[in-house]
Design a protein around this ligand. Sequence first.
Ligand code: HAM
Length: 403
Amino acid sequence: MIRSLRGMNDILEDQHRRFDYFHHTAANIAKRYGFHYIETPLLEETALFKRSVGESSDIVGKEMYQFTDKGGNDVCLRPEGTAGVVRAFIQNKYDKKGGIYRFFYHGPMFRYERPQKGRLREFHQFGVESFGVTSVYEDLSLIMMLNDIFNALGIGYALQLNSLGCTECMPPYRKRLLSFLDAHHEQICEDCQRRKNTNPIRVLDCKNSSCQTLYEEAPKLINHLCESCRLEFQTLTSLLDNNAVAYTVNTHLVRGLDYYSKTAFEFVSNEIGSQSAIAGGGRYDRLVEFLDGKPTPAVGFAIGVERLLELIKLPQEQREGYYFGAMDAEALPLVLSLGHQKRRSEKTIIEYNAKSLKAHLKNADRVFARYCAVIGENERQKNSIWIKDLVSKEEKVVSIDSL
Ligand code: HAM
C-alpha cells in the first residue's frame, strides 16, 4: 500500500471543519483590518528564499524541498509565505506605485524537518504582510489582529516581544555579542560555534541548556538599541498596555529567519507540547530593497494552523438542510428531481436507493440534516411528501407544489 509521505497529512472531515472554521474566522478579521487576499505559487526559485530567509537559517540550510526542474531551474517548495508575497509585490510594481498595501494568504508550506507532534513537513500557515507603513502603530495593529483571531477561536496565548534593532544599532551590538562569544568559545555548543561565524544573534535561541545559562550573561540588544528603536519599542509596549494586551519581553527571541529588524514577536501556547509557537512575525523594513525593489517598510506574521487545530473551540454544529429519500423504486425519479431543485437553495443529500422510513431517518440523522423528506406510495398517490423536522421533531405531509 502506498502511504502519504512522513510529516504530510490528509485533511479529513473533522479536521477540515476545524480548518474551515479557522480560515473563515481569520480571513474575516483580516478583512476588517483592511487586508486583501493574495495567492502566490507553491514553487519558487530557490534564490528567492536564499536571499530573503537567509543562507545561514536552518530553513534554507537544512530544510528546503529543493530540486532542479526539467528546464534546469533550481526551484523549491516554499518553506514560508513572506518571500513569495514580497516577490509578487515587487514584480507587480507596487513598490514603484507607492502607498500602503495589505495582503493576507493561507496555504501549505514545506520544511524538511524531523516530524513530531506539532511539527510537520507539509503544514499550513495563515499570514499577513503589510507594506508601506513605517509607524509602529502598524506593528500594534498586527498584534491586535492576532489577539482578535485567538480570542475569537477561544485560544489562550502568551505574547513574547523583542526588538532586533536597525542598521544603526544592530552592527555595534553584533560586535559586542561576538566578543562575548569569543571569550566563551570553548563553552558553547558546536551549533553555536558555527552560528557565531554565520549569524551570531541566532545563538541566543539555542535550545542547549548550558548555552542558555551562559547567554543569560550575554549583552542584550534591548539595552543597546539606538534612540529611535528604543522609542519605537517603548511606544509599542505602552500601546499594548493601553489595549490590555499582556506580553513579556524576551531578549533571546531572534526568530529563525534573517529578514527581521526592529519588532519581533511570537505567540506561544502552553497547551500543545514542545512545539509551542502558534504564530510569529515582525518587521522587515529592508527585505523589499534586498530583493531589488524600491525601499519599502513592511511588517507581517504567520500563524501555524495545525498547531491551533486542537485548541480551537468549535461552535456547536447545527443541523442543516435536507435529506431526501424514496420508500419504493417508483418514487425515486420524483425524489431525485425534488432533491436537485432543493439543492439550488439549500444543502441537500439525496439517497439513491429505496429504503424503509426507519432507515431514511437513521441516514438523515447521520448526515446531520435538519429535515428528512421521504416519498412512499401514499405520498406519491397524493402528490405529497412526508417531512420531519429533526430539531423540533414535528412531522407533516405537504403537497409537492408547496415544497
Ligand atoms: P515562522 O515562525 O517560521 O515564521 O512560522 C510561523 C508559524 O508557522 C510558527 O509559529 C508555527 O506555528 C508554524 N510552523 C513553522 N514550522 C512548522 C512546522 N514544521 N510544522 C507545523 N507548523 C510550523 C514565518 O514563516 C514568517 N514567514 C512569518 C512572517 C510573516 N513574518 C513576517 N511576515
